[in-house]
Design a protein around this ligand. Sequence first.
Ligand code: DAT
Ligand code: MG
Length: 149
Amino acid sequence: MERTFVMVKPDGVQRGVIGSIINRFEQKGFKLNAIKLMSIDHALAEEHYRDLRMKPFFGELVDYLTSGSVCAMIWEGPNAVANARALIGKTNPVEASPGTIRGDYAMDVASNIVHGSDSPESARREIGLFFDQELPMNPIMGFMQGEPS
Ligand code: DAT
Ligand code: MG
């Protein structure tokens, strides 16, 4: 079992497609571990995308991410990081295949609607940035399976 960090970016929240995106992850077989609607300040946005700080679009990227609420989520399942990246599609929506989230919901690389961690190490780092504490794996699974709590 693996976990990944996924975030619906401000344009996705604004357009009211959080539910549609969640649906894709549920349909694929992921289990939702944590979710919250939040706003991001510049410091968090810069830390989240610190590997891109030398890129010419970094300022624009941080402004975009801080322009409205985001929906931060932890999803888990086998190969969660790679499975989520496949579901999300290529960074540039022009290249993202129809059927992927970016292929179906986005037009422009600067507002590509959703983020997914690119490695298990990134996932751990990003979960730590956005969520206060590590949650137990599948906290509601026992209940769903009728196991004694
Ligand atoms: P990904 O989000 O697929 O992991 P990334 O980590 O390379 O892609 O880039 C992070 C975000 O930065 C990406 O989702 C959108 C933005 N971005 C990337 N390349 C860009 C570009 N050439 N112009 C504008 N924004 C860009
Ligand atoms: Mg990335």
